[in-house]
Design a protein around this ligand. Structure first.
Ligand code: CP
Length: 328
């Protein structure tokens, strides 16, 4: 009898289905994943992942990303292992990221990882025998957030094409805006970047826009006239944890606060997104305004992450559509 023993070494030869960045996804792939998310929004509770183990390794704090990935896995029947605080791991004894990843690959079918180092997810995907899903690497990328952002934009606008997307706040360190910008290249957006000089969109991403024919305008003013033709107003938190000079953080942290009285000229279809957590970027009085969509946006993360876990595990849209394991 021939039994193939799966060791980390020969598993590595198998197809790498990791999600490190969304920059390489085609329009068709994005639309495919959005259709998957739609299927899961219709029926989120299933037995699709019975017998699977999902590991969530969070080397940085998180509320939404970790809990929605874990909920996504649990609602599909998988079991979840992992940590929310690296202080409880053998990393504190000097174990390397590579060894940690190799160990967890012995236990889990897929690893969802957030790390404070840019490039950590790429590195993990190169050494891991199981798929890695990047749940945020430093100020670099946050592709699963982008999938839920795209899903939210699609649900609220009915299309991803030809939209005016305003990005406000910390465009230097905000990995969510970097990921979203690269994913939107297929959809002919016009970006408006509103940030103080210190937190401007990095040249790298402006070059990316130029290379891909994406229109963008930079502003420093933030008022009802500037945002009047926005379809999407994407607010971001100033990322205190990325500053080396806290005095600089203090100088810029409250620069752009969206107030209710700034929405007077907003388009009816305009929706306010925010990856959250919110600190002081959106007045609480806006929460009940019809333009506010950030809590629904976070809810959409559950369905988008169910799609991403399944895709990384090789489960296809056709299999999801044919799935009869739905729990009513
Ligand atoms: N949007 C987001 O990444 O939130 P968390 O940091 O709470 O996961």
């Amino acid at each position: 009898m021939n039994i193939e023993i799966l060791t980390p070494r020969n598993m590595q030869a198998k197809e790498n289905r990791s999600l490190v960045t969304i920059a390489n996804h085609s329009r068709e792939k994005i639309e495919y994943l959005l259709e998957m998310a739609q299927e899961f929004e219709r029926h989120p509770n299933r037995h699709l992942l019975d017998g699977k183990v999902v590991a969530t390794l969070f080397f940085e704090p998180s509320t939404r990303t970790r809990l929605s990935f874990e909920t996504a896995a649990n609602r599909l029947g998988a079991r979840v292992i992992g940590f929310a605080d690296p202080k409880v791991t053998s990393g504190t004894k000097g174990e390397t990221l590579k060894d940690t990843i190799m160990m967890v690959s012995n236990y889990a079918d897929i690893i969802v990882m957030r790390h404070y180092l840019e490039g950590a997810a790429r590195y993990a995907s190169e050494v891991a025998p199981v798929p890695i899903v990047n749940a945020g690497d430093g100020a670099n990328q946050h592709p699963s957030q982008t999938m839920l952002d795209l899903y939210s934009i699609y649900k609220t606008q009915g299309t991803l094409d030809n939209l005016n997307i305003y990005m406000v706040g910390d465009l230097k360190y905000g990995r969510t805006v970097h990921s979203l910008l690269t994913a939107m290249r297929h959809f002919n957006p016009t970006f408006h970047f509103i940030a103080p000089d210190e937190l401007a969109m990095p040249q790298l991403y402006k070059d990316y826009c130029r290379d891909h024919g994406i229109k963008y305008v930079e502003h420093q003013d933030f008022n009802e006239d500037v945002i009047a033709d926005a379809d999407i107003l994407y607010m971001t938190r100033v990322q205190r944890e990325r500053f080396t000079d806290l005095m600089e953080y203090e100088r810029v942290k409250d620069r752009y606060l969206l107030k209710l009285n700034m929405l007077g000229k907003a388009r009816d279809n305009m929706r306010i997104l925010h990856p959250l957590p919110r600190v002081n970027e959106i007045e609480y009085s806006i929460d009940d305004d019809p333009h506010a969509y950030y809590f629904e946006q976070a809810h959409n993360g559950l369905f988008a992450r169910q799609a991403l876990i399944c895709d990384a595990l090789g489960i296809t849209l056709d299999e999801i559509k044919a799935d009869t394991s739905i729990i009513k």
